[in-house]
Design a protein around this ligand. Structure first.
Ligand SMILES: CC(=O)[C@@H](O)[C@H](O)COP(=O)(O)O
Ligand SMILES: NCC(=O)COP(=O)(O)O
Length: 250
């Protein structure tokens, strides 16, 4: 019997729309409350160093007003560490960040940045925060994550989602499947996300050892047409179908 896959809804791009006019609407905390009501298992938000979407105040409001787990995505910097330790979210996902990128382009080089990351994993873990590392689907990165003592990794699904041919997509899917099997065999909890939509979610959701998917940009875009509740409901249904589960989603 397959187990239910958790859906973390990333609300970054509600803030992108708000910031286009510099006011207070639409409010990411309101979107998070709606996502929770629609069946999200967690809320993900990325406080970027340049504050292009989510703000410090959004993080505080999310922490105060949301009952489901908050997954705080951040770069491994001292500024972000201090904010995370004050916010005390359920989880922190450490991600690579480049000021000039449009979105997160790749995974963290955990193997190469081992010494730099160690302190972040320990300090967050000691504060009772579940630490995850956003990485590419590679054995080298999984081994490095394990040796740092991170309990969770999130596999970057961007290359799989962006693949232009069926062959490339299948190759990426196989790479992810192999990494998930290896990561879970060495005792890591495996999450996945980035760029997932209705067309790409099922093969990823069908990988049994994945415990959580984080999905944002597509859901917020789709909500413009059908509303957030319907968009999340459909994603939930596709995930449940991929696991062969009865779905309670509308
Ligand atoms: C780390 C990751 O893949 C995303 O969750 C992240 O939030 C992407 O950053 P943007 O939302 O700024 O594109
Ligand atoms: N970590 C991935 C995430 O939170 C959502 O990414 P996306 O669906 O906005 O690309």
């Amino acid at each position: 019997m397959s187990s239910k896959l958790r859906l973390g809804v990333n609300i970054d791009h509600v803030a992108t729309v708000r910031n286009a006019r510099g006011g207070v609407a639409p409010d990411p905390a309101r979107a998070a409350a709606l996502a929770q009501a629609a069946g999200a298992d967690g809320i993900t938000a990325h406080l970027r160093e340049d504050r292009r979407h989510i703000s410090d105040d959004d993080m505080k409001k999310l922490r105060e007003h949301i009952d489901i787990p908050l997954n705080f995505e951040m770069a491994a910097t001292d500024e972000m560490l201090a904010i995370a330790l004050e916010t005390k979210p359920h989880a922190v996902c450490l991600v690579p960040e480049k000021r000039e990128e449009r979105t997160t382009e790749g995974g963290l080089d955990v193997a190469g940045g081992h010494n730099h990351l160690k302190r972040f994993v320990s300090e967050l873990g000691d504060a009772g925060i579940r630490v995850s590392l956003f990485i590419e689907a590679s054995k080298e990165q999984l081994d490095a994550a394990k040796s740092l003592g991170a309990p969770v990794v999130e596999i970057h699904t961007g290359a799989y989602c962006d693949a232009q041919t069926e062959d490339d997509r299948n190759r990426e899917l196989q790479r992810i499947g192999k990494a998930v099997a290896y990561g879970s065999a060495i005792g890591l909890e495996i999450h996945a996300g980035h760029g997932l939509n209705y067309d790409t979610v099922k093969p990823i959701a069908a990988i049994p050892a994945i415990a959580e998917l984080n999905i944002g940009h597509f859901l917020i875009g789709e909500a413009i047409f059908v509303g957030l509740e319907a968009a999340i409901g459909k994603m939930r249904r596709l995930m449940d179908e991929a696991r062969g589960l009865e779905t309670g989603a509308k």
